[in-house]
Design a protein around this ligand. Structure first.
Ligand SMILES: *Cc1c(COP(=O)(O)O)cnc(C)c1O
Length: 405
């Protein structure tokens, strides 16, 4: 075998659908010495991590912990613990991740009741009511908050009462939304929720925070069948993450260090300031893309702050542009998935990646690369439009502050 060189990844600006760029403090946490997974010091860190997770999820749920595995492991944990053979599960399908939920529910022996919307659109309360009417005894309603494959932002505020009235529990995929836009588990009465570390929490991929309401815990306690997955069985995981500290699997120590540090950064910034930053950068990027002659594809009024899906201009080759951005500017943006493949780019502004300088950088780079590839756009138009948004938002914020005094 030929000798492998020393590890030296290029310094990418990660503006795709995840992972996002990671703060140096999180990288430092990853390189700190290991302790054992039952070491009293690690147990202390576990308790702190659970408290920090309750803070970002805005919940008091005791059953709140990071699953060892990426966001998909969180998805699977939620379904394998909640769903038993024959259970009806209403699933919103308007992109890749709703489709994945259907697959997972089928593997649990559940019966998916599919509620469909076009890619880029979101569900209305009436859509949810209609889907519930098609059920005999719905157990769960599962919805993706931030559809990373389309850029659509599903409103959640008024959903839980409809779900609970029908006797079901409410499950939310918050992989991309957590830490980037408001998500209030308790206030919005969400019963089951999972997320991921590598999107708006800006930690490397590898853990999946989950939270379960007392009502969801009750459902798990009253299961007739054993959870089909040994690794993801919460009744076993609870004994390690709870008081008993019984060995289940070896917790990924370094990843847990990293998550704790990433959550500390979120709490230092404050949720309101963090959301405002994501909103500002999205509005500036959207204005810039418009000025370059491009349009966002998600439904107007339901566009995510952290993931911008933009139609690729006519005559422009998807892969060529992404290759140029990567090779010449060290910028990664995402390709379209499924029905959007070849038609849409996904520009992520998640966590640490959501900065003004990244917005201005990607707009300048896109302008140059698009020009090279024959798409006419006015020189500097994207950056000026973005700068204008920042200036307006800042003067408005100053005015509000003044009035509040
Ligand atoms: C990324 C993502 C997932 C899957 O997470 P992985 O970390 O890739 O396993 C699930 N749902 C949504 C909405 C996502 O964006």
């Amino acid at each position: 075998m030929e000798a492998c060189g020393e590890l030296s990844p290029p310094p990418r600006t990660l503006l795709g659908p995840g992972p996002s760029n990671v703060h140096p403090r999180v990288l430092r946490a990853l390189s700190t010495p290991l302790v054992g997974h039952l070491d009293p010091e690690f147990i202390r860190l576990m308790e702190e991590t659970k408290a920090l997770l309750r803070f970002v999820f805005q919940t008091s749920n005791p059953l709140t912990l990071p699953i060892s595995g990426t966001g998909s492991a969180g998805m699977e944990t939620c379904f394998v613990n909640m769903v038993e053979p024959g259970d009806e599960v209403v699933i919103g399908v308007n992109g890749v991740f709703g489709t994945r939920m259907v697959d997972v529910v089928q593997r649990c022996g559940g019966t998916p009741v599919i509620m469909e919307a076009p890619w880029g659109a979101v569900f209305s309360p009436d859509d949810i009511r209609a889907a519930l009417k098609r059920c005999t005894r719905p157990k769960l309603v599962a919805i993706v908050n931030a559809e990373t494959s389309t850029g659509a932002w599903q409103p959640l505020v008024d959903v839980a009462p409809l779900v609970h009235e029908a006797g079901a529990l409410f499950l939310v995929d918050a992989v991309t939304s957590l830490g980037g836009c408001p998500l209030k588990i308790d206030a919005w009465q969400i019963d089951v929720c999972y997320s991921g570390t590598q999107k708006c929490l800006s930690c490397p991929p590898g853990l999946s925070p989950v939270t379960f309401s007392p009502a969801a815990q009750e459902v798990i306690r009253n299961r007739k069948h054993k959870v089909q997955s040994w690794y993801l069985d919460l009744s076993l995981l609870e004994q390690y993450w709870g008081e008993e500290r019984v060995y289940h699997h070896t917790a990924p120590i370094s990843m847990n260090y990293a998550l704790r540090e990433a959550l500390r950064l979120v709490s230092e910034e404050g949720l309101a300031a963090r959301f405002r930053r994501h909103e500002d950068n999205h509005l500036a990027l959207a204005a810039g893309l418009n000025a370059l002659g491009m349009r966002l594809v998600a439904q107007e009024g339901a566009r995510l702050w952290m993931l911008n899906s933009v139609a690729i201009p006519d005559g422009i080759d998807d892969a060529t542009v992404r290759k140029h951005l990567l090779a010449e500017y060290n910028i990664e943006i995402g390709a379209g998935l499924g029905v959007f493949a070849g038609k849409v780019w996904r520009i992520g502004l998640m966590g640490e990646s959501s900065t003004r300088s990244n917005v201005l950088l990607v707009l300048s780079a896109l302008e140059a690369v698009l020009q090279q590839n024959g798409h006419a756009c006015a020189a500097g138009a994207g950056v000026s439009a973005a700068q204008e948004v920042y200036a307006t938002r800042e003067s408005r914020a100053r005015l509000n502050q003044h009035e509040a005094r």
